[in-house]
Design a protein around this ligand. Sequence first.
Ligand SMILES: *Cc1c(COP(=O)(O)O)cnc(C)c1O
Length: 351
Amino acid sequence: MSRYWSDFVHNLQPYVPGEQPKMANLVKLNTNENPYGPSPKVLEAIQLGVSDRLRLYPDPGSQELKQSIADYYKVNTANVFIGNGSDEVLGHIFHALFQHEPPLLFPDITYSFYPVYCQLYKIDYQTIPLTTDFQIDINDYLRDNGGIIFPNPNAPTGCLLGLDEIEKLLQENTDSVVVIDEAYVDFGGESAIPLTQKYPNLLVTQTLSKSRSLAGMRIGFAIGHSDLIEALVRIKDSFNSYPLDSLAQAAGVAAIRDRVYFKKTCDLVIESRDELVKGLEELGFEVLPSATNFVFTRHPDYDAAELAAGLRKDGVIVRHFQKRRIDQFLRITIGTPAENQLLLSLLDTLV
Ligand SMILES: *Cc1c(COP(=O)(O)O)cnc(C)c1O
């Protein structure tokens, strides 16, 4: 706090990310990082980039990365926007496309960064409650709005909405931008990217942080109609022309191109998820159906905050949200088979 701050900064309530503890040996199941490292080809590309060429500015448009993403998703480079993590891409989207008169709509239980961007960019919003079984019902979104955003699969529930539902929403909602945040889609969902060819108001965001094991490099992107992309470029070039450094660009290209490694690690995570769900259910936990690299789970007889504290004492951290409707849930990232086993055996002593 300082008298040099504006009233606006005094009142800002920033997003609080999951803990990144300094302590070694902690089993981190709290921020949905991939338990497997990035592709060896990514590490090679980064090493190649470590040279005296670092004195040069990187390509401001991340052209080669844009091309590799365009090739992968069979769109044009004019349909791709790249940012420093999808959080930055989302920030630019709120700034560029959601400052309208009617309120922005998003679920009551969802990614907790959305209300923070609304505060930062002074966007009026209305939250739409998930159904009693924690699903998104698109009929609840068919009302006047200045934009719609939700993750699919949703976070932190992990629940997936079918593409047919998303298309139904797009058929009805043509006057505002619809953003589908696909941070977890590679772990069991179907991407809405092909629908961007048909619906000029659809923008899909993805990240290389989760399914491509590159949270430390900060790479995210959006795909949609070139008019929407141009709005994002205008914001980017009014803020920071070089959001991705040259090492991140090289890493991103290698990650997108190594399809074999990508598929192998996604399959491993999905396999472990099925095992973990089985183990949790044997201990009496209820687990929401997950299409992500985490599970959202509660025990009918034990307090979630106490379970999280108990796990932490033994060196395992999971995420607990002090929020209405979900304060009895734990969000647990899928780890390696050994980490998942450790988690289950610790839970077995707690319940
Ligand atoms: C992790 C996550 C992001 C942000 O990803 P970064 O690319 O690491 O910034 C965005 N949306 C949701 C729903 C996420 O879980």
